[in-house]
Design a protein around this ligand. Structure first.
Ligand SMILES: [Fe+2]
Length: 269
């Protein structure tokens, strides 16, 4: 009847529906119905391959895994500490929210980051597209001034987008590196829920156990403020390929790539 299994419980490796107590195994088949001896064929859930990273559950949105769970280049999960995740909703479709990282123009106007040199677009896999660009922290706000003092006045930003809904962002300043893992969930009404986990590299020893949690919490605050500009400025946006200019080159490239991979890999569910 559509009861939420997330409100149920797990018993003996099976998920139990909170409403009628039907039990489902890890492959989605029903193994027990309290009020019936026979299990009808309709009693079945969709099952997804999952992976757990730092207590967060990620699932592959197909019956079979198409590629290994992506992570930040050059670091392992054990080297990083995750801050408490935060979420927000953007009144724009998921594919345009994901396109934000490839919209080089908006970094200057929405985030006070001035592009230095030319952005580079490449890809580590047919399912991913990556933009690497260097920016000057040019804003006059207190937060920007503090960023310049604590981290540095220039940042090399890498935005790696996997299939449009998982984005790995790395911001390398002279003194600090911050990692952001962003996942996008279409809400069905044309808007998108954005879930963001900020990670920092752990420091060794006592220094790390004392300062790391505080450092991660502060950077989470900074990044939440940083992306607030996206929530406000992206509300109601739409894509019209006939209205793009040369400055939108990477944005157009990204949307064309995304359209292509979704055409090639139609859902198998
Ligand atoms: Fe942005």
């Amino acid at each position: 009847m559509g009861a939420e299994l997330s409100r149920g419980c797990v018993r003996g490796g099976r998920i139990v529906c909170p409403l009628h107590g039907w039990e489902y195994g890890h492959d989605g088949t029903c193994t027990h119905i309290p009020c019936a001896r026979e299990i009808p064929a309709l009693a079945r859930q969709q099952a997804f391959p999952v992976e757990v990273r730092c207590g967060h559950v990620f699932f592959f949105n197909r019956a079979e895994v198409g590629f290994p769970m992506p992570f930040f280049d050059g670091v392992s999960v054990g080297e990083l500490l995750a801050a408490r995740p935060f979420e927000f909703t953007v009144a724009a479709p998921w594919y345009l929210v994901g396109a934000n990282g490839f919209d080089v123009q908006h970094f200057r106007s929405a985030h006070d980051r001035t592009l230095v040199g030319e952005p580079v677009v490449d890809s580590r896999s047919p399912f991913s597209m990556r933009l690497t660009a260097r920016f000057r922290v040019s804003g006059r706000a207190f937060r920007d001034a503090l960023t310049r003092v604590l981290s540095g006045s220039e940042v090399q930003m890498t935005v790696e987008n996997w299939c449009g809904n998982l984005v790995l962002v790395t911001a390398v300043f002279r003194r600090t590196t911050t990692y952001g893992l962003v996942s996008l969930q279409p809400l069905g009404d044309g808007s998108t829920r954005v879930h963001d986990i900020v990670w920092i590299k752990r420091r060794p020893g006592l220094l790390g156990s004392v300062f790391d949690p505080m450092d991660a919490a502060i950077r989470r605050l900074f990044i939440r403020e940083f992306v607030r500009a996206d929530v406000e400025s992206s509300a109601g946006i739409r894509y019209d390929p006939t209205r793009m200019t040369a400055a939108d080159k990477t944005l157009v490239e990204y949307l064309e790539w995304l359209q292509n991979i979704h055409r090639q890999t139609a859902p198998s569910l």
